[in-house]
Write a protein that binds this ligand. Structure first.
Ligand code: FE2
Length: 303
């Protein structure tokens, strides 16, 4: 197998549909791509009502094409409205560590303020990859923004995989990594009244390269929050490879940075993206509601 020339470390644009081609695919929604690589703004959908089937089909296709959907023009959704919309994409996931809303256990309240110890998701990650069946996607509406700051950064893991050399892809082919949540979750929610004494947090093995169950494309699937090591390598080798991948996979050209306005919504595909919630607004407040859709067991399909 020959080495790729250096310029092929750039984005593989030949594999991407042009924005014009993608625009033609949506009859029931308006789409405005945010970057050529990841993220699209969606208009002409009313999330306060039961969204019609043809719009759900278009939104599902848009999620597959752009990996993160942004909605700017929605009112503050009630928990029931947000849960109803998320359920159109699958059963809902219950977070293994975060406190549950008494009335709506599927609702994860995102609230960071001057008394917070930590901010949720402040390192790059894909949600709950420590689960055997990690979430398909996550839908977050931020009701109250800090004014400036509090952006969320998303990175496209297809693009990160595509930009690796053939030699590196071969090295990672079929490798399995351990995802462990002890470090991420122990004590994380103590400022929200959670006592996790005696609690065992989930751990799971997943392929380093994941085949997306809908698109069939390959995406890098390790992240610095949950991935502990790559099996079948020495600890030093695993550390070095992971360190390289963590830097590589969040290169700026794979990213979109979303600035929240009150009631903005983001819906991202956890199977092919990573994200980071910027905590640059302390002691100001940021509040929102997150609902997460269940996913299936990650797999890798060799050629
Ligand atoms: Fe997250």
């Amino acid at each position: 197998m020959s080495e790729r020339p250096l310029h092929e470390g750039k984005l593989d644009r030949a594999q991407a549909l042009s924005n014009a081609q993608r625009e033609e695919m949506y009859a029931t929604i308006s789409t405005t791509p945010v970057t050529p690589v990841i993220g699209v703004e969606i208009e002409d959908v009313d999330l306060t009502v039961d969204v019609p089937d043809d719009q759900i089909e278009d939104l599902t296709r848009a999620l597959a094409n752009y990996n993160v959907l942004f909605f700017r023009d929605q009112p503050e959704l009630t928990p029931e409205q947000q849960i109803r919309f998320a359920r159109r994409f699958g059963e809902l996931h219950l977070h293994p560590a975060a406190p549950k809303d008494a009335e709506h256990p599927e609702l994860f309240v995102i609230h960071t303020h001057g008394e917070s110890f930590v901010n949720n998701g402040a390192d790059w990650h894909t949600d709950v990859s420590c689960d055997e069946e990690p979430p398909l996607g996550t839908m977050l509406q931020i009701h109250r923004t800090p004014g400036s700051g509090g952006d969320t950064l998303f990175a496209n893991m297809y693009a990160a995989y595509d930009a690796l050399s053939e030699r590196m892809k071969s090295l990672l082919d079929g490798k399995i990594a351990v995802h462990d949540s002890e470090r991420a979750y122990r004590g994380r929610y103590s400022d929200k009244g959670v006592d996790d004494t005696g609690v065992t947090f989930p751990t799971a093995d997943h392929p380093v390269i994941r085949t997306h169950p809908v698109s069939g494309r390959r995406a890098l699937y390790v992240n610095e929050t949950f991935t502990k090591r790559i099996r079948g390598m020495t600890e030093e080798e695993s550390d070095a490879i992971l360190e390289f991948l963590y830097r590589h996979m969040v290169r700026p050209e794979f990213q979109v940075r979303f600035h929240w306005k009150p009631n903005s919504i983001a819906f991202w595909d956890n199977r092919c993206t990573q994200h980071l919630a910027m905590w640059d607004y302390w002691p100001n407040e940021r509040y929102g509601h997150r609902v997460t859709v269940k996913g299936d067991k990650p797999f890798y399909r060799a050629n």
